[in-house]
Design a protein around this ligand. Structure first.
Ligand code: ADP
Length: 270
């Protein structure tokens, strides 16, 4: 891409030479293009459930003599409106996260509690798929963060792991220390992600398999939200995957402290 520049000032020195100060506006152009893209994608994504609701409402009206059909259409309307509500919520979450707002509520957090909360949010979903969840590692490791955001990040990864795994498989949530970093990982035995999709799954609205994502109620925003949360906390999120064998997503955050190490000795011995 060519460098885009804008002239900020022209200076004339005593020898008559002209100096020109140029601003690099490549970045602001790129940001603007990304924003336009986002608005276009959002419009497109909103049209699908809104269109479906319209068609279903007409179908209900036309089928008013047939209570079985009315119930069927009505339950699909509930599904579509749930999807619409979720999409709108995630669009709002994402645009907040993308804004330059400082992190609202930084506190030392126990990773063990973050994982437990994320598991609690997904327990019913996992049970419905007969998927077993295990939490392993050192939950006493602490990070500095916004509890709501970090739970959302881990819960999004777990929700995906459940959605993209066959019945009866196992998902392991782990937390470990690596130097001055805490690694939180969610490992599934699911369908995996093809090599060509790997680096794109964190993009907004990117789906490796759009039909499957829609069928599971996906919005295509979950991983973009995770990425922003990790970045806002001075961390990263990465993925390892093998098609057909499973995926592991890892969030890395700066270590704040080890609660076990700072606890009183008697608590340590007990
Ligand atoms: P979605 O709402 O579609 O799940 P995400 O942003 O959460 O959107 O994920 C983007 C895409 O990445 C998904 O549509 C899916 O193709 C792929 N994906 C995410 N997590 C997993 C996983 N654990 N296993 C397999 N594919 C996954």
């Amino acid at each position: 891409e060519a460098l885009a520049v804008r002239t900020r000032a022209r200076l004339l020195d005593s020898t008559g030479h002209v100096a020109v100060i140029l601003d690099d506006i490549t970045e602001s152009r790129r940001v603007e293009a990304v924003r336009r893209d986002f608005v276009a994608n959002v419009s497109h994504e909103l049209k699908t459930p809104v269109g479906a609701l319209h068609v279903l409402a007409e179908a209900v009206a036309a089928a008013s003599e047939d209570p079985v059909a009315v119930r069927r259409f009505a339950s699909r309307m509930t599904r579509e409106s749930d999807r619409l509500a979720r999409l709108v919520q995630e669009i709002i979450d994402l645009s907040r996260l993308q804004g330059a707002e400082p992190l609202p509520d930084l506190r030392p957090l126990l990773t063990g509690e973050l994982l437990t909360e994320a598991v609690d949010r997904n327990r019913l979903h996992a049970q419905a798929q007969e998927i077993s969840l295990a939490v392993i590692g050192d939950g006493a490791l602490q990070v500095l963060g916004d509890e709501g955001q970090l739970v959302t990040a881990v819960a999004n990864l777990l929700e995906n792991a459940i959605s993209y795994s066959p019945r009866g498989t196992r998902i392991v949530l782990g937390v470990r220390r690596s130097g001055t970093t805490v690694e939180i990982s969610v490992a599934d035995e699911g369908i995996g992600i093809a090599e060509k999709d790997l680096e794109r799954v964190f993009e907004r609205f990117y789906r490796a398999d759009p039909a499957r994502s829609r069928a599971t109620g996906g919005t295509g925003l979950g991983l973009a939200i995770v990425k922003h949360i990790a970045t806002n906390h001075g961390g990263t999120v990465t993925v390892w995957s093998s098609e057909g064998a499973g995926s592991t997503f890892t969030i890395r955050l700066p270590l704040f402290a080890n609660a076990a190490a700072t606890a009183t000795p008697s608590a340590g011995i007990a």
